[in-house]
Design a binder for this molecule. Sequence first.
Ligand code: NAP
Length: 241
Amino acid sequence: MSARVLVLGGTSEARALCALLAARGVDAIVSLAGVVPQAAPYPVAQRSGGFGGEDGLARYVIAEGITALIDATHPFAAQMPGHAAAAAKASGVAWVMLKRPAWTPVPGDDWRGFVSVTAAVEALPRGARAFLATGAGSLSAAAMRPDCRVILRTMTDPGPVADHVRVIQARPGSYVEDRDLLRDRGVTHVITKNAGGPARGKLDAARDLGIPVHMVARPALPMGRVLRTPEAARDWLDSLA
Ligand code: NAP
């Protein structure tokens, strides 16, 4: 049976993996949630939108003749890792997770750990000026603290916001952009999810400016094999052949 790969995407690693697979002529489909406008098309077949839970994903895998499933969703995607694990079990398809490494602190970092954005916001001292690099889903957490000023960066339009919240609709910034933003807006605390990857300009800027970071830990993954790079996922596919 020839290989047919389904990549659950929405990350730069999924995009890089698809480029590796396309370069080899692998029959692959990337699936996107369809919530964020994509910068560029993928070099493999593409589909968009939910499957209808783990049963829907299992039905899709079987109907499409998928032989390998790679969950390359974001480290903070809450539902898809469990759905992929269950669908793989139900369909018998080979399955692996591709999750980039988490960020780790370096000397000079002042990080405090939290289990959720809500907990990280609750821990702000009265009167803080917080920068939340956590997206539109954090709006309700931001709204809890009218005694603080909150700047929320999000890639999607969050709609109406409370008076103490300011929105920056943008992708993650460079070190210089984030340093200038933190300094010019008098930010006293940074709140971020430990997404890992290249968007750590805010962390380096916070360290250089002496600003504490409330770091939200990743949700737990299902029991299974986790690979850290697109190349490792490609090699795993080779090992199935
Ligand atoms: P989620 O909680 O795991 O997903 C919610 C629902 O969206 C899923 O149950 C599924 O619907 C659908 N979905 C998610 N990823 C999909 C995919 N790749 N293809 C098809 N359907 C998908 O994830 P989320 O936090 O809402 O994130 C949605 C997408 O944005 C993910 O693909 C993720 O990689 C990306 N993303 C998330 C974050 C973050 O911070 N959470 C950041 C950057 C990018 P059904 O149950 O109907 O199948």
